[in-house]
Structures are given as structure tokens and as C-alpha cells.
Design a protein around this ligand. Structure first.
Ligand code: X2X
Length: 340
């Protein structure tokens, strides 16, 4: 099944549509690739993940002399994140970038980097995710039959947007109807603030905001801009409440089916692309405020103090420490400093 060529399939459907004859294109030969794999993701084609991935798959094709071809399915073309996770597990897709927090629906430990107000800055994040905390998480992910590449891709520090009001303190979140991605940690954190979180996959966020099913959502500035969320949100509160990144995941069987030399080419290029993507995301997240303001968004920068206090009071840190266990928590605190 892995070797069925997607090109042959596309060629057949093009021919069936009669396009071949009218456009004078020769029917395409079946792909020479030994392995035709799919990489799916949830972000638009203009997001750094896809910009970088386009070059990445080209390099892999060249370096493998055409033996490994990877086709990209961006922008939730194959479904929402929870759907794509099922497809990855069944082998319908071979590669998928997914937030660790959503992956936690399968691998509970994987949400640990999303603990609220844990990370001072990127200087703490990358040594942890590239170091012992990341290694621990990859080992947990492997137990679920998935392979996580060594270098995580960035999503960024998350900010709260709203159509109704700016969020200045934790009290402003009381009763606030906010979309969160599908993940127990996200729900738990916004419940600890007294908000009303609704779990919604990203492919449905724009319309949920537009139809006011929810008042707000939270995401890094790059997603707010690239997903055009500024069209349906007025306020952006720079809470930096959690740091979120994407694991580059492979279906274990599909990965193991690749000969060692192709695994080496793929992994090296995936990891190099991750580093490039991190730079582009960082630059975007640091620079987009002005552009979003010009699009009509109103910004404020809350003091994190009331948010941290609300989480302490709700025993958020204590409860999650108990869930993750002492080993994982100690690895987190090794990089963040004491949290609970
Ligand atoms: O769903 C989201 O909000 C997004 C795009 O940030 C994630 O992938 C977690």
C-alpha cells in the first residue's frame, strides 16, 4: 500500500476528466519513486511550516535520487487535527505535524510543555525540547507506535484574542467563551481561570468566531495573521500564557519500511527544516503586532501575576504534576525552574 504512487492516481483522474486530450499533456508515467508518502498539516500554505516544507521535500527527492517523494497536504485538506492523528495512526498519512498538547489525547505526557506560564523565553524552551525533556517525550511517543523527529517545529507563545473585550487580568476570563484546541490541558487551564472553554479543531475556528459560537480564542500572532483571525476578532491580549510547538511525527510502520539511507536523508532534512522554521516563526511572532494593529486589532499587555495566582489557587500546577508524574515534572522544572 505504501508504494502505490499518488502520481499514477492523479494521472488517472486527470485522464478520466478528459484534461489530457484537451490540454495536449502526455499521460504521466507512474512515479519512479519507491516510496510516495504524504505529509499533512493544519496550517495555510503561507505559514512558515509549509514554506519550509516545500523546499524540504524537494531536497529529499533530490538527495534520494527520486526514491522518496513526499507530497504535502496543507491547511487541513485531509481533515482537522484529531482526524489527521487517526489517519497517521492507521497509515493513511505517513507524516504529520501536531501540537504536543493535542498529541496528548494519545500520549498524555506530550502536553507538558504547554503548562501555563512555565517558560521565561525561547532560551529556556529549545534547550528543553532539544534536550532531556524532548528525549523523554519522544520515548513516550514511540510507545504509541509513532516516531517523533528530534527537532520540534515552533508554533509560538500563545495570546488571547476576543471579539468582545480585552483580557487584562484573570478575572476577565470568568465566563469567557473561548475556543481551545482539543486537549485536556487546554480545557483544564481555562477552566482553572473560570472561563468556558470549547474544544474545536483549528479548521473550524474561523467560522466559530465569525458566528460567535465563541467570543475568543488563543494562538500565536503568526496564526492570528495567517489564519486571518483578525477579520473576526477585535482585541489581542499579549498573555504569552503558554508555549506550543509541533512534533514532526511519522507513522512507525511507514518509517520502518524506509531503508536506513532514506531514513537518514529524511530525518536530516526534517530536522534542518525545523531549525529554519523556528527562525521564521520567531521573526513573525516578534514582528506582527504592527501589521495586526493596522488591520484593526487593539492590543494590550497584561501582567501575568493574576493569571499565575489563579492557576496556583485552582491547584492547576499540583494537579498536573500528579498526572505527569515526578520524573516528567522534574525534567520540566529542570529547564523552567520550580513551578509546583
Ligand atoms: O489549533 C490551533 O490553535 C493551532 C493552529 O495553534 C494548533 O495547531 C495547536
Amino acid at each position: 500500500m505504501k508504494r502505490v504512487s499518488r502520481r499514477a492516481f492523479v494521472g488517472a483522474s486527470v485522464a478520466a476528466a478528459g484534461v489530457v486530450a484537451t490540454a495536449g499533456i502526455l499521460p504521466r508515467r507512474a512515479s519512479a519513486a519507491e516510496f510516495s508518502y504524504k505529509f499533512a498539516n493544519n496550517v495555510p500554505v503561507t505559514h512558515p511550516t509549509n514554506i519550509v516544507a516545500n523546499k524540504m521535500v524537494q531536497r529529499i527527492k533530490e538527495e534520494s535520487k527520486g526514491r522518496l517523494e513526499i507530497q504535502i497536504f496543507p491547511n487541513n485538506q485531509l481533515g482537522g487535527d484529531t482526524d489527521m492523528l487517526s489517519q497517521l495512526r492507521s497509515g493513511a498519512i505517513e507524516f504529520f505535524t501536531l501540537s504536543g498538547l493535542i498529541l496528548a489525547t494519545l500520549v498524555p505526557a506530550a502536553s507538558i510543555n504547554g503548562i501555563g506560564f512555565a517558560w521565561k523565553d525561547y532560551d529556556a524552551v529549545w534547550p528543553a525540547m532539544d534536550g532531556e525533556l524532548g528525549a523523554y517525550l519522544r520515548a513516550q511517543i514511540a510507545k504509541a507506535g509513532l516516531v517523533a523527529m528530534d527537532k520540534m517545529w515552533d508554533n509560538g507563545y500563545r495570546e488571547i484574542t476576543s471579539s468582545t473585550k480585552p483580557i487584562n487580568t484573570a478575572a476577565d476570563l470568568k465566563g469567557f467563551k473561548i475556543r481551545v484546541p482539543v486537549s485536556p490541558l487546554w480545557t483544564s487551564m481555562f477552566e482553572a481561570f473560570g472561563a468556558s472553554p470549547a474544544s474545536i479543531n483549528f479548521n473550524e475556528v474561523y467560522s466559530a468566531l465569525q458566528t460567535k459560537v465563541v467570543e475568543g480564542q488563543e494562538n500565536p500572532l503568526s496564526i492570528i495573521e495567517i489564519g486571518k483571525l483578525y477579520e473576526v476578532q477585535k482585541y489581542c491580549s499579549l498573555t504569552n500564557h503558554m508555549w506550543d510547538g509541533f512534533w514532526f511525527l511519522a507513522n512507525g510502520q511507514a518509517w520502518n519500511a524506509l531503508p536506513k539511507d532514506l531514513q537518514e536523508i529524511a530525518a536530516r532534512n526534517f530536522n534542518a527544516a525545523a531549525l529554519e522554521q523556528r527562525q521564521q516563526i520567531r521573526q513573525l511572532n516578534d514582528s506582527l503586532q504592527g501589521k495586526l494593529q493596522a488591520s484593526g486589532m487593539v492590543f494590550n499587555k497584561p501582567d501575568p501575576q493574576s493569571f499565575r495566582a489563579a492557576l496556583q489557587k485552582a491547584k492547576f500546577y499540583e494537579n498536573w504534576k500528579a498526572k505527569y508524574g515526578n520524573e516528567a515534572w522534574a525534567l520540566l522544572e529542570k529547564y523552567t525552574g520550580k513551578l509546583a
